[in-house]
Design a binder for this molecule. Structure first.
Ligand SMILES: Cc1ncc(COP(=O)(O)O)c(C=O)c1O
Length: 411
């Protein structure tokens, strides 16, 4: 095969829905409804139905969804929010944007925040005063938890919700990468007091620009979020709180509504590709395949761990297969997110993961043959691991495999 396999492409997906989108966009252009209005209302209703939540409030990015959620939960400066160090920057930068402190709790093998480590941190560092958790050393209030459903897999909410309940903490579910994921038929979007989604083009439900959504089952929080995303307005010139302009454009709402129809199909195909990758790649000694430990994973990313990442990445690129690294650094290493000494924590698993992690192409329109080609190239990589860093399985030199890429059907 002589194909270039981009890490991500929307070309095939958009060409499948182009005609229908063009027709609707033409109608929208004639309607003169560009900000707010029926397209946005329809999307919000359909998104709430899809996520099985009472309210969906759109906004202009996943980052804003996090900022607005923290504002709605009335976070105060110097509050502490427990969160994962292994995520996209926005899951912590918005805590810092409110002048509060992210405290980083290490991940487990699911790549998500480890509930046991949250509990241990609270037991050691927190006391309860007047029903509120407080940090012993600094006296800072411990407000809540931002858990991220990383790569498309929900965090362990059975455990996280019970801890939040015991310590009277709110939860913001950062489901920006996990639309359509679920645990025991409870969808991503239902686990937080507020849950946040991104509609960035590369996401499982991505539009043609920036966009975001928040979901909640609390009418009180929904009312606040509707105001906050629109300058704090209750009615036109009646400002009740300090908000911002974070509205979703009608054109993006239209695109999101159209793509929502196919989201389950897109996610099913992602799962099919992931299962095939796991079946073939788990046999390769220098590769650790991702674990599906919590609920129904929707594989926004398929991230393996490898002992000799740079070499593998270069070898794949020689075969015109693009890969990516999510994330090369933990968030505590980002200068403006580094916690003060009293709030510093150890996150060895997250740090180690940043050294080994490698994301393979996993977009729904990849063909069976392309996926098989990626697997064959990985199998055929001749890796001389002189100084391998240990994964779970010891790294050993891997020699050329025999499998080609001529099978058909991903089974
Ligand atoms: C986990 C996570 N949180 C938040 C965001 C921010 O979303 P947006 O890019 O729409 O601002 C992203 C986007 O990549 C993300 O992956």
């Amino acid at each position: 095969m002589n194909h270039h396999i981009p890490f991500f492409s929307l070309e095939r997906q958009l060409s499948n829905i182009k005609n229908s989108l063009e027709l609707q966009i033409n109608q929208l252009l004639s309607s003169n409804q560009f900000v707010g209005g029926p397209y946005v209302d329809t999307f919000e209703k359909k998104f709430a139905t899809y996520t099985e939540t009472t309210h969906a409030i759109s906004c202009n990015s996943g980052t804003d969804a996090l900022w607005l959620s923290l504002a709605a939960l009335e976070i105060t400066p110097n509050s502490i929010v427990l969160t994962t160090p292994f995520s996209f920057i926005a899951s912590s930068s918005e805590i810092a944007a409110h002048k509060a402190h992210p405290v980083f709790i290490d991940i487990d093998e699911s790549y998500n925040i480890c509930p046991k480590k949250i509990e241990t941190w609270l037991k050691i560092h927190a006391i309860v005063r007047h029903d509120r958790a407080v940090h012993k050393k600094t006296g800072f209030p411990i407000a809540g938890i931002i858990s991220v459903d990383l790569f498309g897999q929900c965090a362990n909410y059975n455990a996280i919700k019970s801890i939040a309940n015991d310590w009277n903490l709110w939860i913001i579910e950062d489901a920006c990468q996990a639309v359509g994921a679920h645990i025991d038929n409870k969808k991503a979007g239902t686990f937080g007091d507020i849950s946040c989604f991104s509609l960035y083009p590369t996401k499982n439900l991505g539009v043609c620009g920036d966009g975001g959504v928040m979901t909640t089952n609390s009418t009180q929080l929904a009312e606040k979020l509707f105001k906050l995303r629109n300058h704090g307005r209750a009615t036109h010139y009646n400002y009740e709180c300090q908000g911002r302009n974070s509205r979703l454009d009608a054109i993006q709402a239209l695109i999101a509504t159209e793509k929502l129809k196919y989201l389950d199909d897109y996610n099913d195909r992602r799962r099919e590709i992931a299962q095939y990758y796991t079946k073939r790649l788990s046999k390769i000694p220098f590769i650790k395949t991702p674990r599906e430990t919590v609920g129904h994973h929707v594989y926004h990313q398929y991230s393996i761990q490898v002992t000799n990442r740079k070499t593998i990445q270069e070898q794949l690129l020689e075969k015109k297969i693009e890969t990516n690294i999510f994330y090369p650094k933990t968030l505590d290493q980002i200068p403006f997110l580094t916690p003060p000494k009293e709030l510093a924590t150890d996150c060895p698993i997250a740090h180690n993961t940043t050294q080994n992690i490698l994301a393979l192409p996993i977009w729904p329109e990849l063909t069976d043959n392309e996926i098989k080609y990626v697997c064959s190239c990985l199998e055929n990589s001749y890796v001389v691991n002189r100084n391998p860093r240990p994964l779970d399985t010891p790294a050993i030199a891997y020699t050329r495999g025999k499998r080609g890429c001529s099978e058909s059907g991903l089974s």
